[in-house]
Each structure stands twice: as structure tokens, then as C-alpha cells.
Design a protein around this ligand. Structure first.
Ligand SMILES: [Zn+2]
Ligand SMILES: [Zn+2]
Length: 342
């Protein structure tokens, strides 16, 4: 494939290639919409507080995995963040590392963990949390991650958050989830391989290079603080996608230091608050991508991807894996950057 440095003519759409995964995305500039065209109905949905299982997460059979209480200066009492095993888990504890064969097929038991991170307040969403609450939530993510790594049974730990029914939330009370898996997820595997290839060729971390380029280019940055940076990726798969990276190289989420929790919490909350305000409470998912537990993928660089539900996967997306975004990431970044949240 011939590559030229500069573009000479503007077309009706642009295909951009992800430097890490090799995936292509389509930015349909000819069908481009203004940021305000993405404003929809609020995603928060009602469920009566009277039968909310998360009002008292300690009433379940198993003891909580973690519990953080408010501190004196918060002027509140009792629990602030609780981590409990999911009562309807997709994965459960069991014998680890056993793979079986059945004819040409390979399978393993769904051995893993499925945990819930519950914050206090039935309608208190990420953007509404106090600095103590959001920092404590982040601390809980890290603490569970670290504890599971030490157990040494699973291969990958995924931490994610769903907001709104369209994003897959079934319980209205805000909560995040952790699923620890006995295998490497395909998306992560692809990114790991891509990072490895880039490192072999250039001797540098691909994500560090991307961050350095974004800092220089400026046009896709939405927010940054001392330790973290958030931008609309050049290869946004979906309108208003945002990625948050630690500025210094860290391959695993487990490497985040205690003193950085607050910076990470602020970056995450700022992005969610901007999306909430700018797009009128869109449904969204965010998840952490990190190097897997055992293999030393030192060239990987953990980060968070925030994906608002601004489009649905249709035939083209399902059939090709290519998503069509109808806003330039540069325009989405400009819009979100301007949104004042305090
Ligand atoms: Zn509740
Ligand atoms: Zn890096």
C-alpha cells in the first residue's frame, strides 16, 4: 500500500487506522453531525429505592470483600463504597487452569470472579460523587485488582462500569463491576500484540508515542492534570469516545501508586461529568485496558476507554467490525473541552 505524507483533497469520509490494533474506523465527515445533534434522552432510569439490593449491600449471604466508611471530615456516617461478590455471577471460583478437549474443540470452566463496586446513594452517579467518594472507588478498584493478582489463578481482570439500559445496566443504582477471566480477551490480545510489534520496530511504547503526539498536536485533548491525560482518539470508533492515560509509562493498572488515585479519580470524573452535561446524560460504558497478569507485556500502557452510546451496531458494523462515527474526533474534543462542569 502506497502511503503519502499529506492529504490534498477532502473526501466525504475518512478511514483511519488504529496504530495499536490495526483496526480501521470510518469517520463519515459527509454525514457529519454537529455536537448538539448527539443530545438525546437521559439514560438514568428509575427503579424504586425500596427494593434496591444495593441500599444495604451487606445483607447478602457472603461478607463484603471490601468496605470503606466515610471519614470524620465528610460529615456523613457509615459505608461509602462496598465491594461484594455478584449474586448472579458470570464466573465463579473453582479449579484454575484446567483446559479440556472435545473433538476439535477446546473449552475450560468459567472459573473466575465477578464482583460489584457499589457507591452510596441510589441516584448519585459518578459525576455527583465527592472527591473522597470517587477517589475511594478508584482505590477499591486497585485494591481488588491487586488482591486477585496475588491469588494468581486468573489471566485477565476487567474492570468496567455501565450507565443506562442501552449500555447494559440492569440495576439503576450506580455500580462498577470486575470480572476476572481464565483467558485473555480478544480485544486485549490484539492490542497487546500490536504494542509488542510497535515496540520491536521502534523500541518505544506505542501509547507513550501517541500521548506525546497528542500533547504536541493539542487538537484532541479534552482534559489533563499532573498525572493523567484524556483525549478523543484519532481513531474514535464511536462519536465522543474518550481515552484516559497515565502520563508516565505503566503497563499494568496494578502499577498505579496510592498517591495517584486522586489524579485518576479527577480525570475519570471530569470526563464523565463533561459527557453528562454536554450530551444530556448519555448511556455509556467505561473500562480499563491493562496488561494481563502474568506475561510481562512491559510495552503495554494501561488506560481507560469511555464509550458513550451514541450509535448502535448495525449490519455493517457486525459484518465488518468497522464502526462509522459521524463526528470528527477533533470536533468532539473541542466540544467536550469547552464544557464547564464546576
Ligand atoms: Zn439503591
Ligand atoms: Zn507507554
Amino acid at each position: 500500500m502506497a502511503t503519502k505524507k499529506k492529504r490534498t483533497k477532502k473526501g466525504i469520509s475518512e478511514l483511519r487506522q488504529d496504530l495499536v490494533s490495526g483496526d480501521w474506523v470510518v469517520i463519515a465527515t459527509g454525514r457529519a453531525r454537529k455536537p448538539h445533534a448527539f443530545v438525546g434522552k437521559p439514560a438514568a432510569f428509575g427503579q424504586p429505592v425500596s427494593n434496591c439490593p444495593f441500599e444495604n449491600p451487606f445483607s447478602v449471604k457472603e461478607p463484603p470483600l471490601l468496605r470503606y466508611d466515610y471519614e470524620k471530615q465528610d460529615k456523613k456516617e457509615g459505608w461509602a463504597v462496598a465491594v461484594v461478590p455478584n449474586q448472579f455471577p458470570a464466573f465463579t471460583r473453582g479449579e484454575c487452569g484446567e483446559f479440556y478437549e472435545n473433538g476439535p474443540y477446546k473449552w475450560t470452566e468459567g472459573v473466575g470472579l465477578h464482583e460489584l463496586f457499589i457507591t452510596r446513594g441510589h441516584k448519585k452517579y459518578i459525576q455527583d460523587l465527592s472527591l473522597f467518594e470517587i477517589t475511594t472507588l478508584v482505590k477499591a478498584y486497585k485494591e481488588r485488582y491487586h488482591a486477585i493478582v496475588k491469588e494468581g489463578c486468573v489471566k485477565y481482570i476487567s474492570i468496567f462500569h455501565n450507565h443506562g439500559k442501552e449500555a447494559g445496566a440492569s440495576i439503576a443504582h450506580p455500580h462498577s463491576q470486575l470480572i476476572a477471566l481464565p483467558v485473555l480477551p480478544p480485544d486485549v490480545y490484539k492490542s497487546l500484540k500490536g504494542s509488542e510489534k510497535y515496540f520491536e520496530k521502534n523500541g518505544r511504547c506505542v501509547h507513550c508515542d501517541i500521548v506525546a503526539h497528542e500533547v504536541k498536536a493539542k487538537k484532541r485533548i479534552i482534559y489533563e492534570n499532573k498525572k493523567f491525560i484524556a483525549f478523543a482518539p484519532f481513531v474514535s470508533r464511536i462519536a465522543f469516545e474518550v481515552r484516559i492515560f497515565p502520563k508516565s509509562h505503566q503497563s499494568s493498572f496494578d502499577m498505579m501508586e496510592d498517591k495517584d488515585f486522586q489524579y485518576f479519580a479527577e480525570a475519570l470524573q471530569t470526563i464523565i461529568a463533561k459527557l453528562h452535561k454536554g450530551l444530556n446524560d448519555p448511556a455509556f460504558n467505561f473500562f480499563i485496558h491493562t496488561a494481563p497478569i502474568k506475561n510481562s507485556y512491559h510495552q503495554y500502557h494501561w488506560h481507560v476507554e469511555v464509550i458513550p452510546k451514541t450509535a448502535v451496531w448495525a449490519g455493517f458494523e457486525m459484518g465488518t467490525g468497522i464502526e462509522i462515527s459521524t463526528i470528527m474526533p477533533e470536533d468532539a474534543a473541542k466540544f467536550l473541552k469547552k464544557i464547564k462542569i464546576k
